[in-house]
Design a protein around this ligand. Structure first.
Ligand code: TRP
Length: 330
Protein backbone atom coordinates (compact mmCIF):
# COMPACT_ATOMS: atom_id res chain seq x y z
CA UNK A 1 0.00 0.00 0.00
CA UNK A 2 1.09 3.53 -0.67
CA UNK A 3 2.42 5.49 2.26
CA UNK A 4 0.17 8.15 3.70
CA UNK A 5 1.04 11.76 2.98
CA UNK A 6 2.00 14.17 5.71
CA UNK A 7 2.21 17.93 5.25
CA UNK A 8 3.40 20.51 7.72
CA UNK A 9 4.81 24.01 7.64
CA UNK A 10 6.74 26.33 9.89
CA UNK A 11 7.17 30.08 9.65
CA UNK A 12 10.68 31.52 9.30
CA UNK A 13 10.21 34.25 11.87
CA UNK A 14 13.10 34.49 14.31
CA UNK A 15 15.07 31.37 15.20
CA UNK A 16 13.27 28.21 16.20
CA UNK A 17 12.95 27.41 19.87
CA UNK A 18 13.38 24.36 22.01
CA UNK A 19 9.59 24.23 21.97
CA UNK A 20 9.54 24.01 18.17
CA UNK A 21 12.12 21.25 18.33
CA UNK A 22 10.66 19.06 21.05
CA UNK A 23 7.07 19.83 20.11
CA UNK A 24 7.31 19.50 16.34
CA UNK A 25 10.57 19.29 14.42
CA UNK A 26 11.96 16.24 16.17
CA UNK A 27 8.75 14.47 15.30
CA UNK A 28 8.85 15.65 11.68
CA UNK A 29 12.17 13.89 11.31
CA UNK A 30 10.83 10.76 13.00
CA UNK A 31 7.90 10.50 10.57
CA UNK A 32 9.88 10.48 7.36
CA UNK A 33 10.36 6.73 7.01
CA UNK A 34 6.78 5.76 7.64
CA UNK A 35 5.11 8.52 5.58
CA UNK A 36 5.57 10.55 2.44
CA UNK A 37 6.39 13.82 4.13
CA UNK A 38 6.20 17.32 2.68
CA UNK A 39 7.61 20.08 4.83
CA UNK A 40 7.65 23.74 3.98
CA UNK A 41 9.22 26.92 5.28
CA UNK A 42 6.13 29.08 4.96
CA UNK A 43 7.55 32.52 4.25
CA UNK A 44 4.31 33.65 2.58
CA UNK A 45 2.48 33.23 5.87
CA UNK A 46 5.24 35.17 7.58
CA UNK A 47 4.52 38.42 5.70
CA UNK A 48 1.06 38.69 7.27
CA UNK A 49 3.10 40.45 9.94
CA UNK A 50 5.53 43.15 8.76
CA UNK A 51 9.02 41.71 8.15
CA UNK A 52 12.31 43.37 7.44
CA UNK A 53 13.30 42.00 3.99
CA UNK A 54 16.90 41.35 4.99
CA UNK A 55 15.83 39.48 8.11
CA UNK A 56 13.18 37.49 6.28
CA UNK A 57 15.72 36.37 3.69
CA UNK A 58 18.26 35.38 6.33
CA UNK A 59 15.68 33.72 8.56
CA UNK A 60 14.26 31.71 5.67
CA UNK A 61 17.65 30.29 4.76
CA UNK A 62 18.51 29.64 8.38
CA UNK A 63 15.15 27.93 8.94
CA UNK A 64 15.68 25.74 5.91
CA UNK A 65 19.14 24.78 7.17
CA UNK A 66 17.67 24.07 10.60
CA UNK A 67 15.17 21.60 9.18
CA UNK A 68 18.08 19.75 7.59
CA UNK A 69 20.03 20.00 10.85
CA UNK A 70 17.35 18.31 12.92
CA UNK A 71 17.54 15.34 10.59
CA UNK A 72 14.98 15.95 7.87
CA UNK A 73 16.35 14.20 4.82
CA UNK A 74 15.61 15.91 1.49
CA UNK A 75 16.00 12.56 -0.27
CA UNK A 76 13.12 11.10 1.70
CA UNK A 77 10.88 14.17 1.97
CA UNK A 78 9.83 17.10 -0.12
CA UNK A 79 11.45 19.99 1.69
CA UNK A 80 10.83 23.39 0.15
CA UNK A 81 10.29 27.10 0.59
CA UNK A 82 6.66 28.09 0.10
CA UNK A 83 7.21 31.14 -2.13
CA UNK A 84 9.24 29.02 -4.57
CA UNK A 85 6.15 27.06 -5.53
CA UNK A 86 3.55 29.12 -7.39
CA UNK A 87 0.67 26.72 -6.89
CA UNK A 88 0.28 27.79 -3.26
CA UNK A 89 -0.74 31.35 -4.06
CA UNK A 90 -2.83 30.14 -6.99
CA UNK A 91 -4.85 27.59 -5.06
CA UNK A 92 -5.16 29.96 -2.11
CA UNK A 93 -7.00 32.43 -4.33
CA UNK A 94 -9.43 29.77 -5.49
CA UNK A 95 -10.02 28.59 -1.93
CA UNK A 96 -10.61 32.18 -0.81
CA UNK A 97 -13.66 32.07 -3.03
CA UNK A 98 -14.93 28.98 -1.23
CA UNK A 99 -14.33 30.30 2.28
CA UNK A 100 -16.84 32.47 4.05
CA UNK A 101 -16.10 35.83 5.64
CA UNK A 102 -17.91 34.63 8.74
CA UNK A 103 -15.73 31.54 9.04
CA UNK A 104 -12.51 33.54 8.86
CA UNK A 105 -13.90 36.08 11.33
CA UNK A 106 -14.26 33.35 13.92
CA UNK A 107 -10.59 32.29 13.81
CA UNK A 108 -9.13 32.93 17.26
CA UNK A 109 -5.62 33.43 15.87
CA UNK A 110 -6.92 36.23 13.63
CA UNK A 111 -8.64 37.84 16.58
CA UNK A 112 -5.52 37.56 18.77
CA UNK A 113 -3.13 38.80 16.09
CA UNK A 114 -5.31 41.72 15.08
CA UNK A 115 -5.55 42.73 18.72
CA UNK A 116 -1.75 42.58 18.99
CA UNK A 117 -1.11 44.48 15.74
CA UNK A 118 -4.01 46.95 15.51
CA UNK A 119 -1.97 49.10 13.10
CA UNK A 120 -1.73 46.35 10.49
CA UNK A 121 -4.86 44.23 10.27
CA UNK A 122 -4.24 43.32 6.65
CA UNK A 123 -6.32 41.05 4.43
CA UNK A 124 -3.56 38.45 4.33
CA UNK A 125 -3.82 38.06 8.07
CA UNK A 126 -7.51 37.46 7.57
CA UNK A 127 -7.18 34.92 4.75
CA UNK A 128 -4.13 33.23 6.26
CA UNK A 129 -6.14 30.02 6.90
CA UNK A 130 -7.10 29.57 3.25
CA UNK A 131 -3.42 29.80 2.24
CA UNK A 132 -2.73 27.17 4.87
CA UNK A 133 -5.56 25.07 3.46
CA UNK A 134 -3.97 25.40 0.00
CA UNK A 135 -0.61 24.22 1.39
CA UNK A 136 -2.20 21.09 2.78
CA UNK A 137 -4.72 20.26 0.06
CA UNK A 138 -2.27 20.67 -2.85
CA UNK A 139 -0.38 17.60 -1.66
CA UNK A 140 -3.51 15.56 -0.89
CA UNK A 141 -2.22 15.24 2.66
CA UNK A 142 -3.79 12.60 4.89
CA UNK A 143 -2.26 13.86 8.10
CA UNK A 144 -1.10 17.24 9.36
CA UNK A 145 1.07 17.39 12.47
CA UNK A 146 0.27 20.70 14.15
CA UNK A 147 0.15 22.21 17.60
CA UNK A 148 -3.08 22.91 19.42
CA UNK A 149 -3.01 26.52 18.29
CA UNK A 150 -3.54 25.33 14.69
CA UNK A 151 -6.43 22.97 15.37
CA UNK A 152 -9.04 25.50 14.34
CA UNK A 153 -7.23 26.23 11.06
CA UNK A 154 -7.09 22.55 10.32
CA UNK A 155 -10.80 22.17 11.03
CA UNK A 156 -11.45 24.97 8.57
CA UNK A 157 -9.22 23.23 6.01
CA UNK A 158 -11.38 20.13 6.35
CA UNK A 159 -14.54 22.19 5.95
CA UNK A 160 -13.22 23.87 2.81
CA UNK A 161 -12.13 20.53 1.34
CA UNK A 162 -15.48 18.90 2.08
CA UNK A 163 -17.37 21.84 0.67
CA UNK A 164 -15.34 21.80 -2.54
CA UNK A 165 -15.67 18.02 -2.87
CA UNK A 166 -19.39 18.36 -2.26
CA UNK A 167 -19.81 20.76 -5.15
CA UNK A 168 -17.37 19.31 -7.70
CA UNK A 169 -16.93 15.69 -6.71
CA UNK A 170 -13.93 14.17 -5.03
CA UNK A 171 -11.01 16.54 -5.53
CA UNK A 172 -9.17 16.85 -2.22
CA UNK A 173 -8.19 14.35 0.43
CA UNK A 174 -9.78 15.56 3.66
CA UNK A 175 -6.86 15.74 6.10
CA UNK A 176 -6.79 14.73 9.74
CA UNK A 177 -4.75 16.40 12.42
CA UNK A 178 -1.85 14.41 13.78
CA UNK A 179 -1.24 15.02 17.45
CA UNK A 180 1.47 12.61 18.59
CA UNK A 181 1.49 11.68 22.26
CA UNK A 182 5.25 11.57 22.44
CA UNK A 183 5.98 15.21 21.79
CA UNK A 184 6.48 17.56 24.69
CA UNK A 185 4.48 20.73 25.08
CA UNK A 186 7.18 23.14 26.14
CA UNK A 187 6.08 26.15 28.14
CA UNK A 188 7.57 29.62 28.56
CA UNK A 189 10.41 29.75 31.09
CA UNK A 190 9.08 33.02 32.47
CA UNK A 191 5.38 32.17 32.52
CA UNK A 192 4.96 28.39 32.55
CA UNK A 193 1.22 28.64 31.93
CA UNK A 194 1.94 29.95 28.40
CA UNK A 195 3.43 28.03 25.47
CA UNK A 196 7.11 28.75 24.73
CA UNK A 197 7.06 31.09 21.74
CA UNK A 198 9.73 32.63 19.54
CA UNK A 199 7.59 35.73 19.17
CA UNK A 200 7.66 36.39 22.92
CA UNK A 201 9.08 39.83 23.68
CA UNK A 202 11.23 38.47 26.49
CA UNK A 203 14.08 36.28 25.13
CA UNK A 204 14.56 34.80 28.61
CA UNK A 205 11.21 33.05 28.16
CA UNK A 206 12.47 30.78 25.40
CA UNK A 207 15.54 28.84 24.36
CA UNK A 208 16.58 29.41 20.80
CA UNK A 209 18.01 26.38 19.04
CA UNK A 210 21.01 28.57 18.31
CA UNK A 211 21.61 29.82 21.86
CA UNK A 212 25.16 29.05 23.03
CA UNK A 213 25.44 26.51 25.89
CA UNK A 214 26.19 29.14 28.54
CA UNK A 215 23.08 31.10 27.55
CA UNK A 216 20.97 27.96 27.71
CA UNK A 217 22.16 27.15 31.23
CA UNK A 218 21.61 30.75 32.31
CA UNK A 219 18.08 30.90 30.92
CA UNK A 220 17.09 27.62 32.55
CA UNK A 221 18.58 28.80 35.84
CA UNK A 222 16.43 31.91 35.75
CA UNK A 223 13.28 29.99 34.86
CA UNK A 224 10.32 30.82 37.08
CA UNK A 225 9.55 28.05 39.59
CA UNK A 226 7.59 27.75 42.83
CA UNK A 227 8.85 28.45 46.33
CA UNK A 228 9.21 24.97 47.75
CA UNK A 229 12.15 22.85 46.73
CA UNK A 230 10.73 19.50 45.74
CA UNK A 231 11.60 18.24 42.26
CA UNK A 232 8.30 16.47 41.59
CA UNK A 233 5.67 16.56 38.87
CA UNK A 234 2.57 17.89 40.62
CA UNK A 235 -0.41 20.06 39.89
CA UNK A 236 0.35 23.68 40.63
CA UNK A 237 4.08 23.29 40.02
CA UNK A 238 3.93 24.49 36.41
CA UNK A 239 7.51 25.74 36.28
CA UNK A 240 9.03 22.53 37.66
CA UNK A 241 6.68 20.39 35.58
CA UNK A 242 7.88 22.20 32.48
CA UNK A 243 11.57 21.74 33.33
CA UNK A 244 10.92 18.10 34.16
CA UNK A 245 9.27 17.42 30.84
CA UNK A 246 12.07 19.20 29.00
CA UNK A 247 14.64 17.16 30.92
CA UNK A 248 12.68 14.00 30.24
CA UNK A 249 12.42 14.78 26.52
CA UNK A 250 16.14 15.37 26.08
CA UNK A 251 17.43 12.57 28.34
CA UNK A 252 14.62 10.03 27.74
CA UNK A 253 14.40 9.56 31.52
CA UNK A 254 10.91 9.05 32.96
CA UNK A 255 9.42 11.59 35.34
CA UNK A 256 9.77 9.07 38.14
CA UNK A 257 13.46 8.52 37.42
CA UNK A 258 13.93 12.26 37.50
CA UNK A 259 12.17 12.62 40.84
CA UNK A 260 14.45 9.94 42.27
CA UNK A 261 17.55 11.52 40.80
CA UNK A 262 16.90 14.77 42.65
CA UNK A 263 15.68 13.54 46.03
CA UNK A 264 17.33 15.69 48.69
CA UNK A 265 18.72 18.13 46.12
CA UNK A 266 17.45 21.64 45.49
CA UNK A 267 16.23 23.48 42.42
CA UNK A 268 19.74 24.86 41.83
CA UNK A 269 21.18 21.41 41.11
CA UNK A 270 18.14 20.41 39.11
CA UNK A 271 18.23 23.48 36.90
CA UNK A 272 21.95 23.08 36.31
CA UNK A 273 21.35 19.50 35.15
CA UNK A 274 18.46 20.52 32.88
CA UNK A 275 20.51 23.34 31.35
CA UNK A 276 23.47 21.10 30.66
CA UNK A 277 21.31 18.32 29.21
CA UNK A 278 19.55 20.72 26.85
CA UNK A 279 22.84 22.27 25.73
CA UNK A 280 24.23 18.79 25.11
CA UNK A 281 21.17 17.72 23.11
CA UNK A 282 21.37 20.82 20.92
CA UNK A 283 25.11 20.66 20.35
CA UNK A 284 25.08 18.34 17.30
CA UNK A 285 22.19 20.31 15.77
CA UNK A 286 24.07 23.57 16.21
CA UNK A 287 27.23 22.12 14.71
CA UNK A 288 25.35 20.83 11.70
CA UNK A 289 23.58 24.16 11.27
CA UNK A 290 26.83 26.13 11.41
CA UNK A 291 28.34 23.80 8.83
CA UNK A 292 25.35 24.09 6.46
CA UNK A 293 25.29 27.87 6.73
CA UNK A 294 28.83 27.83 5.32
CA UNK A 295 27.64 25.71 2.38
CA UNK A 296 25.29 28.13 0.65
CA UNK A 297 25.60 26.39 -2.73
CA UNK A 298 24.53 23.09 -1.24
CA UNK A 299 21.54 24.72 0.45
CA UNK A 300 20.53 26.33 -2.84
CA UNK A 301 20.72 23.04 -4.71
CA UNK A 302 18.67 21.46 -2.01
CA UNK A 303 15.83 23.99 -1.93
CA UNK A 304 15.72 24.20 -5.72
CA UNK A 305 15.31 20.45 -6.01
CA UNK A 306 12.68 20.55 -3.26
CA UNK A 307 10.74 23.28 -5.04
CA UNK A 308 10.81 21.35 -8.28
CA UNK A 309 9.38 18.24 -6.68
CA UNK A 310 6.77 20.26 -4.82
CA UNK A 311 5.79 22.11 -7.98
CA UNK A 312 5.30 18.87 -9.85
CA UNK A 313 3.16 17.17 -7.22
CA UNK A 314 1.07 20.23 -6.42
CA UNK A 315 0.48 21.15 -10.07
CA UNK A 316 -1.50 17.94 -10.53
CA UNK A 317 -3.97 19.05 -7.88
CA UNK A 318 -4.15 22.60 -9.19
CA UNK A 319 -4.84 21.38 -12.74
CA UNK A 320 -7.66 19.24 -11.44
CA UNK A 321 -9.15 22.18 -9.54
CA UNK A 322 -8.90 24.59 -12.48
CA UNK A 323 -10.61 22.09 -14.70
CA UNK A 324 -13.43 21.46 -12.24
CA UNK A 325 -14.23 25.10 -11.64
CA UNK A 326 -14.34 25.89 -15.34
CA UNK A 327 -11.08 27.71 -16.05
CA UNK A 328 -10.37 27.40 -19.76
CA UNK A 329 -7.10 25.48 -20.27
CA UNK A 330 -4.29 27.48 -21.82
N1 TRP B 1 0.07 28.21 10.43
C1 TRP B 1 1.11 27.30 10.84
C2 TRP B 1 1.76 27.81 12.13
O1 TRP B 1 1.90 28.99 12.30
C3 TRP B 1 2.16 27.14 9.78
C4 TRP B 1 1.60 26.50 8.57
C5 TRP B 1 1.37 27.09 7.35
C6 TRP B 1 1.20 25.16 8.44
N2 TRP B 1 0.88 26.19 6.48
C7 TRP B 1 0.76 25.00 7.11
C8 TRP B 1 1.16 24.08 9.34
C9 TRP B 1 0.26 23.78 6.67
C10 TRP B 1 0.69 22.87 8.88
C11 TRP B 1 0.23 22.72 7.56
O2 TRP B 1 2.19 27.01 12.92
Amino acid sequence: MDKKVIFSGIQPTGTFTLGNYLGALQNWAALQDEYNCCYSVVNMHAITVRQDPKDLRANTLSAYAMLLSVGIDPEKCILFIQSHVRTHAELAWVLDCYTQFGELSRMTQFKDKSARHPENINCGLFTYPSLMAADILLYQADLVPVGDDQRQHLELTRDIAERFNGIYGNTFTVPDGYYPKLTARVMSLQDPTKKMSKSDDNPKSYISLLDPPATIVKKIKSAVTDSDSLVAYREGKDGINNLMSIYSAVTKKSLEQIENEFVGKGYGDFKQAVGEAVAEALRPIQEKHAQLMREKAFLEDCYRAGAEKAQQVSQRTLDKVYKKIGFLPR
